[in-house]
Design a protein around this ligand. Structure first.
Ligand code: CP
Ligand code: NVA
Length: 300
């Protein structure tokens, strides 16, 4: 049966754990797997990307495969061809398909009609590939994820939601601090079998208490530009800086999926200083996604 990766909830806790172990092996030996030898993987981008595009394209090459990068304005999709027809045709050529889209429904519909695994490379609601790299980074830094306290400060967006879904599946206790109007839903359905927890807070200082890592993301995500001024006003005060890290657990470090806006959601001192694992996190995208591709294309 074709396995997709749309929200991350498709994985069991045991599969997620094994994927992170495998990602660490691939990080140590990047050219040790040829699972995509003779195969091609399509990557559709309806929105800009630096990390996702490069980490997938390079990672697919390291696995012996060929990446076919498709900008949506170059596809017949942009002239009205059906998602169903696109999925049926791409399934005849490719071993897997990554999609970054401005609508979750687009990725779901492609998956519905696709005979190959479809991977969500970011939608308005989810960014599960980012969460895999986040968990890999946390595991490298902190060891076991079971019972690990992590804080997320800022907009309850796609990155926060995926960290909550996959983080709790991995056993993390995630505390999210957001201003009113920008919270993750308290009713967010967490995947079955997760051993972690999710708590929602208003005050950043409360969320970071005891946290080993303090994560943040942009205040204005792609697609939110029309409400940028309102968002900046509401989220001012939800900034990861040295003072906030001082209120977390001793040795706590900052995380950010990037791109960053120094002076907004994170201070330049933290972003370019020693109290962060942000650049390692960006590298870990490649290792985590290679383990994901192995899992999906090897599925019986
Ligand atoms: N973090 C992330 O997904 O970055 P890009 O938008 O550059 O791919
Ligand atoms: N929340 C951000 C993440 C970018 C990688 C966005 O959706 O634009």
């Amino acid at each position: 049966m074709t396995r997709h990766f749309l929200t991350g909830a498709e994985l069991t806790a045991a599969e997620l754990d094994a994927l992170l172990v495998r990602a660490l092996e691939l990080k140590r030996a990047p050219l040790s797997s040829r699972v995509l030898e003779g195969k091609s993987v399509g990557l559709i981008f309806q929105k800009p990307s630096t990390r996702t595009r490069v980490s997938f394209e390079v990672g697919i090459g390291e696995l012996g495969g060929h990446a076919v990068v498709l900008r949506s304005d170059e596809l017949q999709l942009s002239r009205g061809e059906a998602l169903r027809d696109t999925a049926l045709v791409l399934s005849r050529h490719l071993a897997a398909l990554g999609v970054r889209s401005d609508a979750d429904e687009t990725v779901q519909e492609l998956a519905e009609h696709s005979a190959i695994p479809v991977i969500n490379m970011l939608t308005p609601l989810h960014h599960p590939c980012q969460a895999l790299a986040d968990l890999l980074t946390l595991r490298e830094a902190c060891g076991s994820l079971a019972g690990l306290r992590v804080a997320f400060i800022g907009d309850g967006n796609n990155v926060a939601r995926s960290l909550a879904l996959l983080g709790t599946l991995a056993g993390i206790d995630l505390a999210v601090a957001s201003p009113p109007g920008y919270t993750l839903g308290a009713d967010l359905p967490l995947p079955a079998g997760g051993r972690g927890s999710l708590s929602l807070h208003a005050a950043p200082q409360e969320a970071v208490a005891g946290a080993r890592a303090v994560y943040t993301d942009v205040w204005v995500s792609m697609g939110d530009e029309s409400s940028a001024a309102k968002r900046r006003a509401a989220l001012d005060g939800y900034r990861v800086d040295d003072a906030l890290l001082d209120a977390a657990a001793p040795g706590a470090f900052a995380m950010h999926d990037l791109p960053a806006h120094p002076g907004e959601e994170i201070s330049a001192e933290v972003l370019y200083g020693t109290r962060q694992r942000i650049w390692e996190q960006a590298e870990n995208r490649r290792h985590a996604q290679k383990a994901l591709l192995e899992l999906l294309v090897s599925a019986p």
